[in-house]
Design a protein around this ligand. Structure first.
Ligand code: NAP
Length: 304
């Protein structure tokens, strides 16, 4: 029996673990399928306070994990498939084992959206990707295309400039959604070619990506871009499927919470992008993980 079980190993989950374990509670983090969450797939994290010259996402989460372990957190490499919310204690069923805990922090985060166009699935991992840090290096001196106009699209696109010879930025409007700092950097980037008012309709190739069919929404004309990589950065969906019908959530699946990270079930708390579709920053997730842990500690200790 754990005191506090934390589902998810992103910045929300790891911050929660640091606080919970440091309060001498028996703490477990279920690492899930991908250690570190989204920030672990990000290069050059420049805005996490305390790292004045920036830090790599994988290093940041590795250090947070070590910090949590230093205080006694157990990291379990299991993926939780079911949470029985009738506790406390709460039962957690993983792929590998069953667990129970007096309180739970849900920190399952969010996953990148895909377009659902022909060829996207076929060429997944063979030129189609949602992670520049993971796959950008495969495209040294090669042309690629990306879809999206938000901060993620631009940040990831700028990372791709280290490798790709050219980057087509396909955006469905004629203005970037990205904030002014990144938007300015994007517009000044020589390797970017913007295709405004345009959507990707099909990924084309034989064994790997060879092109992307693009439609201009204003003229209706289509064109095939000869590219070897196709990156999709169009936002995220929360990883909250297993909590449907158990925890209150919005229509888009973000878990409802009050200002203290409580869900509708006493003893179950939520932090990070499983409940936040607005701020979505590593540091805000870490802050929410901290708040969730502080409330979970009080719950376990019976403090009102
Ligand atoms: P986002 O801000 O929601 O942007 C998604 C982009 O994808 C938008 O440009 C959107 O177009 C486009 N899009 C959405 N669905 C599409 C579809 N089906 N087909 C084509 N295009 C589609 O998502 P995000 O960029 O992942 O950012 C999420 C949050 O994290 C934001 O609050 C952002 O500020 C934050 N963030 C910050 C940083 C940073 O360094 N400060 C870095 C990454 C993320 P429209 O513009 O037309 O809606």
């Amino acid at each position: 029996m754990y005191d506090i079980a934390i589902i998810g190993s992103g910045t929300a989950g790891l911050a929660a673990a640091i606080y919970s374990a440091r309060a001498s509670l028996k703490t477990v983090v279920f690492a899930g399928d991908a250690w570190g969450g989204q920030i672990a797939t990000t290069n050059d994290v420049e805005n996490f306070p305390g790292f004045d010259t920036g830090i790599d996402g994988p290093e940041l989460t590795a250090r947070m994990g070590k910090q949590a372990e230093r205080f006694g957190t157990e990291i379990v490499w299991d993926f939780i498939e079911e949470l029985d919310t009738s506790g406390p204690p709460f039962q957690l069923n993983g792929r590998l084992d069953k667990y129970s805990a007096k309180a739970v922090v849900v920190a399952t985060g969010a996953s990148p959206r895909t377009l659902g166009i022909p060829g996207e699935e076929k060429f997944w991992g063979r030129g189609v990707s949602t992670c520049a840090t993971c796959d950008g290096a495969f495209f040294k001196d090669l042309p690629v295309a990306l879809v999206g106009g938000g901060d993620s699209a631009i940040q990831e696109g700028l990372y791709l400039t280290r490798f790709a010879s050219k980057i087509y930025v396909i955006h469905r409007r004629d203005q970037l959604r990205a904030g002014p700092y990144l938007a300015q950097k994007a517009l000044e980037e020589d390797k970017f070619e913007f295709l405004w008012d345009s959507i990707a309709e099909e990924v084309i190739g034989n064994d790997t990506v060879e092109g992307v069919r693009v439609r201009n929404l204003k003229s209706g004309s289509t064109d095939v871009l000869a590219v070897e990589g196709f990156f999709i950065f169009i936002g995220h969906d929360p990883n909250t499927e297993i909590f449907k019908g158990k925890l209150d959530m919005s229509n888009s699946g973000y878990i409802s919470t009050d200002a203290r990270m409580h869900t509708n079930i006493d003893g179950i708390f939520v932090a990070g992008e499983a409940q936040d579709d607005y701020f979505r920053q590593a540091i805000t997730s870490a802050g929410e993980g901290t708040k969730a842990a502080m409330e979970a500690i009080k719950f376990v200790e019976g403090i009102p």
